[in-house]
Design a protein around this ligand. Sequence first.
Ligand SMILES: Cc1ncc(COP(=O)(O)O)c(C=O)c1O
Length: 403
Amino acid sequence: MKFSDRILQVKPSPTLEVTALANALKAQGVDVIGFGSGEPDFDTPAFIKEAAIRAIESGKTKYTPVGGIPELKKAVIQKFKRDNSLDYRLNEVTINCGGKHSFYNLMQVILDKGDEVIIPAPYWVSYPPMVLLADGIPVIVETAEENGFKMLPGKLREAVTDKTRAVVVNSPSNPTGAVYTRSEIEEIARVVEDRDIILISDDIYEAIRYGGADFFNLANVSEEIKKKSVVLNGVSKTYAMTGWRIGYMAGDSSIIEQVETLQSQSTSNPASISQWAAVAAISGDQGVVAEMVRAFERRKDIIVGCLNEVPGFSCIDPDGAFYVFPGVERVYAMKGWPRIEEKYRSEFKSSNLSSYLLEQAKVAVVPGIAFGSDNHLRLSFATSDENILSGIKRINAAVQKLM
Ligand SMILES: Cc1ncc(COP(=O)(O)O)c(C=O)c1O
């Protein structure tokens, strides 16, 4: 079968693959502990489910306007006002089938062949493929652990060319948990303020922050910067609603209009029932979110503490999201490491280490190379305290064997 060059340049999402592999092993009866998953392990709160049931029972089961029901658009506008002090009009927001779909749609409507999108690394696995699927070129800007994995303005300046169409900022970040401060966001905005470049703020982990870390958005910098900014968000991570597939976008009305045109010829509207559930989530009692964040924070403290006791691992404390991104370079220098390279034979060390941990420790983690850094692993702590404690103990024992 002949397939398009477009699809052949893209690989399946490695995070979804790790989760599928862990689930397949579990189904065979293997006692695997999974740290791969990018979703809260909590159930969707009851009042949100009830709103969906009410939607079904009252016949809200038909096509909706392409860009979402006005009730949800209004709830999103209220949310931006309430949480971000940002004002948007109805024609400046649109609802998509998940945050991933929002980013995909955006790439499709703003990129032409050869246009560049600047992405700081470590990055969410799906940004570069979605740029490629729109015939664009992902331009990766490296960040350093000693700068908290945040993009320095000087590095951004060096990466900007006449072909730069957009810059992505994801704060809190998947996979590093980095949260940009107000002044860091302002400095990034300053680099591109005089250029025709779109600033993309992926805020999907906005609500999940620790230790009082403040949230500041590119669109908050000034009215001028807001005009150049597109803000992406969704209900997946905040309300444990990954399966409902609702994301949203706010920005210049001309961009929103094009996204809705694309959506009208591709997915049509997001699921009507999920939209009603999202109205309840966004405008309902936000206490459920605080409760989940408290549990994540406790688990973060456990996992960071345990990982820093694993020989050769060093793990910084994330300020947000539900991932840790420990450095494992010192493991690659251990006496037993050549044996691992010999056995698993990936060109990437972090893939070899992940394969070893799956086979030896029965623990599923995602290789850092999937996020653009081969010296790290990513572990999600959206799992129980018991899983964290016994999973990291197993990793510790497996790594001890390499010393
Ligand atoms: C950084 C980032 N942005 C966006 C998304 C999209 O999430 P969803 O499509 O479930 O809304 C994810 C999910 O993993 C993510 O990690």
